[in-house]
Design a protein around this ligand. Structure first.
Ligand code: BGC
Length: 769
């Protein structure tokens, strides 16, 4: 765990330069706007340890799979969002010496991410080897208001000398992915141009053929006054730059304002890209940096109006929750149903920027409550559009008749994961996709979605489950063999309770939805029956039979659901009795030892109890929590949040808070020693859930919001915003009670501690403690 980020309510601050932390900070201080994003790499050259990262959402490369031993059914490739052209570069040379913080004496350094207004700022003073001292201030952002653009204001002041300085703003497309399987470069150059005050490169991805045009335009100011110095165009393969030579005077600032834009063939015809890019660069450079920055602040103010969580009395918790919300908004804005949420967002390469079950299981609740309905609907439509590929994927594995298996990892619907125990066995992900449909409809009341799109997806998923189980003559029950549950520290197990539970739930939900759609619109239903070749009597009959006769492992003695058959045969040593030196076990133990142990990576049985809590009484929840949590090592970032919510439900406020802290500051404090690879974006949605569903106790009950809040001891109050069916609520929990403000024109009834409360339009009420 690190502790170098300074506490502040609205800012993430790093003071002093420690090169060891640079890659961690590059992740933490990342910028994005849903359409593109980048790690917090320096503008000037840096020869120290760094991970260069610029990403354009949805632009990926199918990197040929690399495995030790090929298994039939493995996907051909792993799709990864590519490191794209770097538009932040501004090389600085002072009297022949390159400004490079790895080679200079760094006299002071401060990096700050202003989450309120949405920009990154860096100030430093550095002394070159020959003793020349400069002061630099760099501000940059990816525009939320105009999501194909970004801008940088880079100001350098010579402090103890006058002399020749060259500044070279560039666009560098000659980049690599660190995670490239065969050390290939993924881009080909299409064309490029340099101008006196800018330039662009157009590049095409190999195989996938995405074309991205990245360009810049810049202005130079000396002492705040625009000048037009001579520039020299530089062109290399996949690289354009313009070298600006100046005579700098001691104490007089030189500023480069660099405007950048990234346009992709996903959104324009290829032949129009360059014209559109030039028009975009003209538009933003005429608008100017200050106006763009003001628009950025306004766009973020609008986000915060619906997203902010205020925690009084605990700056570190306040900073952490805002950081989580900020990063989620930078990653996904919901404008485009072809895009999704990679577990690392735009902050690193790990997980390839692809879509996982994380989206449905963890991110959906956040976007449902904090963004317009369309945003979650787009996440659902993304999967709807990939149904055909999910059916193909199931067919490849031998399933028939429209059975759909959604991939564990995907970009365009094709499975990319290539470890058999996950690709073929971690099939519970199918259940999360069905659950997200249920969650969306429960939350929004948008039942029309079911007939238009939802039922078709549900049917594919239910068909898969109905073929994946088999009848056990021995047990006289259906069983589900050879699976991996959410706890990936067990592979190829039989009858994982969570997987079997979500499987039958999916089948039941499909039956319920089919009935609903049929009753609401018989014609639409008939069309769907014909489109999907549904044999209602036989197929639904089988679903019902499986639902009735499914086997779920259970331990009578302890009265808990068993994670899988044989789980109790394992040596039951609790996590608290494991020496600290042996943790994390995924770094200290062999895989074989992990598989034979009782240790649980992340919520598994408890994930099911979290999803379906209404089906279990509180004693059942407590028994299972008390049994499983002490065996859980929480070595997935997705783990603590579910435990925080369940601990809160069980009234264990202290533990709920403990789990919350683990999830909230995971990246800021680099808990798992892996933030340098990128931030854990999808688990950040879990942090939000821990506050709203955990401390706020928020649930949807029969179409109404229900709250059961408590305040963590260290906090004096906390408040959050919720959008629900056209109503905008702010819920503030303090020692006085629960204050509910309705900032919309629609009145609503909510439940607070189980009692109905009417909150009139544009009104507020206090439910006293
Ligand atoms: C977790 C998975 C998750 C993936 C991406 C893994 O460590 O076990 O549940 O989908 O990370 O976040």
């Amino acid at each position: 765990m690190k502790n170098y980020i300074k506490a502040d309510e609205w800012k993430i601050i790093e003071e002093g330069f420690d090169a060891h932390y640079n890659k961690i900070s590059e992740s933490i201080f990342s910028l994005g706007n849903g359409r593109m994003g980048q790690r917090a790499n320096f503008e000037e050259a840096y020869s120290g340890d760094t991970l260069l990262g610029n990403y354009v959402a949805g632009v990926y490369y199918p990197d040929k799979t690399r495995v030790g031993w090929w298994k039939n059914g493995y996907p051909e490739y792993f799709a990864k969002v590519l490191n794209a052209a770097n538009w932040v570069g501004i090389d600085v040379v002072i009297d022949g010496e390159q400004l490079d913080l790895a080679k200079c004496e760094v006299l002071n350094f401060r990096r700050e991410l202003n989450m309120k207004d949405g920009y990154l700022k860096r100030d430093f003073r550095a002394k070159t080897k020959s003793g020349k001292e400069v002061k630099v201030e760099a501000i940059r952002f990816c525009s939320m208001a105009d999501d194909e653009t970004g801008a940088i204001k880079y100001t350098l002041t010579p402090l103890n000398f006058s002399g020749a300085i060259t500044l070279t703003p560039s666009i560098d497309g000659d980049v690599v992915n660190k995670d490239s399987n065969y050390d290939e470069k993924f881009w080909d150059e299409v064309n490029k141009t340099t101008q006196t005050n800018g330039g662009y490169i157009v590049m095409r991805t190999k195989k996938t053929g995405f074309v991205v045009a990245t360009g810049m335009k810049f202005n130079i100011l000396q002492n705040g006054v625009a000048i037009e110095p001579t520039t020299e165009a530089i062109e290399k393969e996949k690289y354009v730059a313009a070298k600006v030579s100046l005579e700098a005077k001691q104490g007089e600032s030189i500023t480069v304002i660099k405007y950048a834009a990234n346009l992709s063939s996903q959104n324009y015809k290829q032949e129009e890209l360059v014209d559109q890019l030039n028009a975009t660069l003209d538009r933003i450079s005429i608008k100017g940096f200050d106006t763009m920055l003001a628009e950025q602040a306004a766009a973020w103010a609008e986000k915060w109006k619906h997203n902010d969580i205020i925690i009084d009395g605990d700056i570190s918790a306040q900073q952490a929750i805002r950081f989580n919300i900020y990063q989620l908004n930078q990653t996904y804005t919901g404008e485009d149903d072809r895009l999704n949420i990679g577990p690392k967002g735009f902050t690193g390469e790990k997980y390839g920027g692809s879509t996982y079950w994380d989206t449905e299981a963890y991110c959906v609740p956040f976007y449902l409550s904090t963004a317009p309905q369309k945003v979650t609907r787009n996440l659902l439509l993304y999967r709807y559009k990939q149904l055909g590929k999910a059916i193909e994927n199931a067919q490849l594995l031998g399933f028939k008749n429209g059975a759909a298996l959604y991939p564990m990892v995907t970009m365009d619907g094709t499975e990319c994961h290539n470890e058999w125990e996950i690709t073929f066995e971690e099939i519970h992900r199918n259940g999360a996709i069905a659950f997200a449909i249920y969650n969306y409809v429960r939350y929004t009341g948008d039942e029309a979605y079911l007939g238009d799109y939802g039922l078709e997806v549900l049917l594919g998923i239910a068909r898969f489950w109905s073929q994946r189980v088999n009848w056990s003559d021995d047990k006289q029950q259906y069983v589900m063999l050879g699976v991996t549950g959410p706890n990936e520290y067990e592979n190829n197990v039989n009858n994982n309770w969570y997987t079997s539970t979500i499987a039958t739930w999916c089948m039941q939900y499909t039956l319920d939805v089919a009935e609903k759609v049929k009753a609401a619109d018989a014609e639409k239903y008939a069309a769907l029956v014909s489109k999907t070749n549904l044999d209602e009597a036989t197929e639904f009959g089988r679903f019902r039979d499986i639902i009735q006769k499914m086997y779920y492992p259970y331990d009578e003695k302890r009265q808990v659901f068993l994670q899988q058959d044989g789980y109790l045969d394992k040596e039951q040593i609790l996590v608290k009795d494991l020496p600290a030196s042996e943790r994390p076990i995924n770094q200290k133990w062999s895989w074989d030892r992990i598989l034979r142990s009782c240790y649980i990576k992340q919520a598994d049985v408890l994930q099911g109890i979290y999803f379906f809590e209404d089906q279990y009484d509180i004693d059942t929840i407590r028994r299972n929590f008390d049994f499983y949590e002490p065996r859980t090592v929480h070595e997935s970032s997705l783990s603590p949040c579910v435990h925080a919510i369940l601990a809160a439900k069980l009234g264990d406020e202290a533990r709920a808070y403990e789990f919350y802290l683990r999830t909230a500051r995971l990246d800021l404090d680099d808990y798992n020693n892996d933030t340098e690879d990128g931030c854990h974006i999808t688990s950040m949605a879990g942090t939000w859930m821990a506050v709203v569903e955990g401390f706020g106790g928020m649930r949807v009950k029969d179409g109404k919001l229900s709250f059961q809040p408590f305040i963590p001891e260290k906090w004096s109050s906390f408040s959050f915003h919720i959008g629900f069916r056209g109503v905008l609520l702010n819920i503030k929990v303090s020692k006085e009670g629960v204050q509910i403000k309705n900032a919309s024109d629609v009145e609503t009834t909510v439940l607070v501690y189980g009692k109905e409360q009417l909150v009139k339009a544009n009104d507020e009420l206090l439910v006293e403690a």
